[in-house]
Design a protein around this ligand. Structure first.
Ligand SMILES: NC(=O)c1ccc[n+]([C@@H]2O[C@H](COP(=O)([O-])OP(=O)(O)OC[C@H]3O[C@@H](n4cnc5c(N)ncnc54)[C@H](OP(=O)(O)O)[C@@H]3O)[C@@H](O)[C@H]2O)c1
Length: 356
């Protein structure tokens, strides 16, 4: 049987993506083959394509952090899981494919009846949001938080989970994201036309308890200024290294990443050394997944249960067929996307344009 997957042929722009058709992978001992129903499209996929993400595999590779699919075939030694069951996984790369083989321990059961596109959005975005709120920041009801990029994938997840946690929320976004941020319970701050530090102090007087910062670099210092004494910035990204000049322009992103990492280190040290007890702490989903796989699994199952109970509702910005992965990544890289872009696979996999 043949299947289709997307590969990154070289580090660079969207032209590095190709659709290839090849023999379906066979599950090895302890592995399960999954027929993918939905795969998330995320900025880390684009950063890996550019070769600037810490988790970048060697080329050629198949991108895709998270997937939801149907268990299709079991390798030798696998038990306790049946073909036909719906499962989710966060392989970090490899999800842009019709079939994927993964170790059984990587799979999390998905309750029946959920929309695969909504369920896959929980993978990277909601686990990140949940763990930053409850494991890094340890938020308490009534606390004030500032969420940067609040209309984006992780941002909207933070707003939904923050509302459930009883937080008072402020969110930076461009003007087109403002109504989304308000609808999800946050006070929008237009980062393109307002100084968020001044705005936070105007709105809250003493500052917020926590800032979630995916911009990185010198932006972390500004986020720190929005804190009240004793507050913390959770730093979890380096958008500053990819947006604008960073993308597909001779890979300056790599240099910027090292600069960004150095600034991150300085911010963490500054948090301990400077007065005001304002800390900067890093968060990485991949570190947590590797260091504490059981905790990771437990958080994912809890989030799936919240989705089943309709307590959260991931915003799906757009759905693309697998063969249009390039268009999906182009749209995300351009910015202005509200929520999550998802590749949806219905088994027919139209193969247009990009064939290698
Ligand atoms: N550390 C981890 O474990 C982890 C896990 C998941 C994601 N991440 C990181 O999180 C970041 C966000 O991912 P995502 O999937 O949520 O991306 P996304 O959906 O593209 O959202 C990013 C948002 O940031 C906004 N933005 C851009 N520049 C901004 C600025 N200067 N101030 C405030 N907001 C700004 C964008 O708004 P406009 O489009 O309107 O400009 C967009 O809404 C990425 O860097 C990713 O690598 C890290």
């Amino acid at each position: 049987m043949r299947h289709t997957r997307i590969i990154v042929t070289h580090y660079g722009g969207p032209d590095a993506l190709r659709v290839v058709e090849e023999e379906c992978p066979e599950p090895k001992v302890g592995e399960v083959r999954v027929r993918v129903l939905a795969a998330g499209v995320s900025l880390p996929d684009i950063m890996a394509r550019e070769g600037i993400h810490p988790e970048t595999p060697r080329v050629p590779f198949t991108p895709g952090w998270d997937l939801v699919g149907v268990v299709d075939r079991l390798g030798a030694g696998v038990s306790g899981i049946e073909p036909g069951q719906i499962a989710a996984a966060l392989p970090i790369s490899g999800a842009y494919a019709e079939f994927v083989c993964l170790p059984q321990r990587e799979l999390v059961p998905v309750p029946p009846g959920l929309d695969p596109a909504e369920a896959v959005s929980l993978g990277l975005n909601y686990i990140t949001a949940h763990q930053m709120l409850h494991r890094s920041a340890k938020v308490r009801p009534g606390q004030r938080v500032l969420i940067h990029g609040a209309a984006g994938g992780v941002g909207t997840s933070l707003l939904q989970l923050g509302r459930l946690a009883g937080l008072e929320m402020y969110g930076t976004c461009s003007s087109r994201g403002a109504s989304t941020v308000s609808d999800l319970g946050g006070t929008p701050i237009d980062y393109q036309h307002q100084d968020f530090v001044k705005e936070i102090h105007r709105l809250t007087r003493e500052g917020v308890d926590v800032v979630f910062d995916h911009i990185g670099g010198t932006h972390l210092w500004r986020s720190r200024k929005a804190l009240r004494p004793g507050g913390r910035v959770v730093g979890y990204g380096l958008i500053s290294s990819i947006r604008g000049k960073g993308l597909a322009s001779g890979r300056p992103g790599r240099r910027q990443r090292f600069r960004g990492a150095a600034l991150f280190g300085l911010s963490i040290a500054g948090g301990w050394l400077l007065p005001g007890r304002k800390r900067v702490v890093p968060y990485s989903i991949q570190w947590l997944k590797r260091r504490k796989p059981e905790l990771f699994r437990q958080d994912w199952i809890a989030l799936l249960e919240l989705l089943r109970q309709k307590k959260i509702k991931p915003l799906i910005a757009e759905r693309f067929p697998l063969a249009e992965a390039r268009r999906a990544q182009e749209l995300l890289a351009k910015g202005g996307v509200i929520g999550k872009i998802v590749l949806v696979l219905d088994g027919s996999s139209p193969s247009t344009g990009l064939r290698a």
